[in-house]
Design a protein around this ligand. Structure first.
Ligand SMILES: [Zn+2]
Length: 65
């Protein structure tokens, strides 16, 4: 059978499984979108880590703080 409603089923850019619904932006882990599970287990931690790097870099760049 051919699935017509392609907007409802998408493939996760990280684990490759088909997920339902809107999904999440998979960057910076992978280009495209990902499923709920990969978002929670990989994308969110990676974003948090990236933010921390930016904050640390900002402090080092300013010796007066
Ligand atoms: Zn996934």
């Amino acid at each position: 059978m051919i699935t017509r409603k392609r907007t409802l089923t998408r493939r996760c850019a990280i684990c490759g499984k088909v997920y339902y619904g809107f999904g999440h932006v998979a960057e910076p882990v992978a280009p495209g979108r990902c499923c709920d599970r990969c978002n929670a287990e990989q994308v969110l931690p990676e974003r948090r880590r990236a933010l921390r790097v930016v904050e640390d870099g900002g402090r080092k760049a300013n010796p007066n703080v």
